[in-house]
Design a protein around this ligand. Structure first.
Ligand SMILES: [Zn+2]
Length: 74
């Protein structure tokens, strides 16, 4: 569970945020809001990144066949 939206992060402004590693060697790192007792970001050591948790760019729109035919007729 991560709070990766603007609104979710905004709720933690001014709060006490900690970063802790779990395991030896570390297998997991967690950003936690101590004020809310809430996990903000939780990443495993297996190569997981923030970019895997949220899309970097939106999917390109798919042009419907009718619109493609109208462009071809011009
Ligand atoms: Zn908070």
């Amino acid at each position: 569970m991560s709070a990766l939206t603007f609104e979710n992060l905004l709720r933690h402004v001014g709060h006490t945020i900690t970063c802790s590693a779990h395991g030896l060697p570390p297998q997991n790192v967690v950003l936690n809001c101590e004020t809310c007792d809430e996990v903000i970001v939780d990443l495993d050591a297996d190569g997981e990144t923030l970019f895997q948790l949220v899309p970097v760019t939106p999917e390109p729109p798919v042009m419907p066949p009718a619109a493609a035919m109208a462009v071809a007729a011009d």
